[in-house]
Design a protein around this ligand. Structure first.
Ligand code: URA
Length: 261
């Protein structure tokens, strides 16, 4: 993506002046991420083995502990069409009674990036596609800012059905629904996962840590240890635009990690 176009998307994130300042020095995501990282967290350059020639390797320690690989046995061996059909017919939790339709996920089945949000909202419940409302527009801008079109990535949620009133998913709903996402991940084999928001991050990483404490680290997901980066939810950013700058740091961090996988 050319720099003018990127500038447009950054402007959409409210980050124009920040990037203009960055333009005075060559962009170095790792270096910039170091500056933004909490002191207790190792800099990306320490966490990721820099191997300019051979295939880069992500250092294991001191990466945050991987969650135990949850068995996705329930949907094991299921292909995309069958998985989609199972989700559409799902009645495993009470949300099936209140949904308009399930929201399976959308995007490129060969995507390197998998974006995982929390659950469908009202717009998504109506349209059957994740992140189509205002938060979705901002998510698209966030992706564009790191050179990704929405069509290049895959987007899904922890929950496939809308919780009434957009309440947080309860533990039973998340536990019943996660095997679908785990199978999507197994089929997709993404290079990197981006968890947007606290609910997605906590469910994927099986932790109750705060979002702030999970940012700027390379976590790992599942049996294949997919690198997982945590950042703010675009819906939260609509209410708290001052955190867009930190989100930009996280996106660059993710892009940097992805380029080294
Ligand atoms: N918020 C989410 O977490 N997911 C969506 O699909 C829409 C809004």
């Amino acid at each position: 993506m050319n720099s003018e176009l990127r500038q447009e998307y950054l402007a959409a994130l409210g980050l124009k002046s920040w990037t203009l300042r960055a333009k005075t020095a060559p962009e170095s995501p790792a270096t910039e991420a170091i500056a933004a990282a909490p002191a207790a967290v190792a800099a990306p350059s320490q966490r990721i083995a820099a191997t300019p020639t051979a295939a880069p390797v992500i250092a294991k320690p001191p990466i945050a502990a991987a969650p135990s690989a949850a068995p996705a046995a329930r949907e094991a061996g299921v292909d995309w069409p069958e998985l989609r059909a199972r989700v559409a017919a799902c009645t495993r939790c009470g949300l099936s009674a209140t949904r308009t339709q399930t929201v399976f996920g959308v995007g490129n089945l060969h995507a390197e990036w998998l974006i995982v949000g929390e659950a469908p909202g009202a717009d998504e419940d109506r349209q059957g596609e994740p992140f189509v409302g205002r938060a979705g527009q901002l998510l698209n801008s966030m992706l564009r800012a790191v050179g990704l079109a929405r069509e290049q990535v895959y987007i899904a949620n922890v929950l496939k059905c809308r919780p009434p009133g957009n309440r947080d998913p309860n533990p039973t709903e998340a536990a019943e629904c996660l095997p679908y996402l785990e199978r999507q991940i197994a089929l997709l084999k993404p290079k990197i996962m981006l968890a947007v928001g606290r609910i997605a991050a906590q469910n994927l990483l099986r932790t109750d840590k705060t979002l702030g404490s999970l940012r700027q680290q390379v976590h790992r997901f599942g049996a294949s240890s997919v690198p997982l980066i945590v950042t703010y939810h675009p819906g939260y950013l609509l209410r708290t635009p001052t955190d867009k700058r930190k989100t930009w740091e996280d996106l660059k961090f993710a892009r940097d990690v992805c380029s080294r996988v």
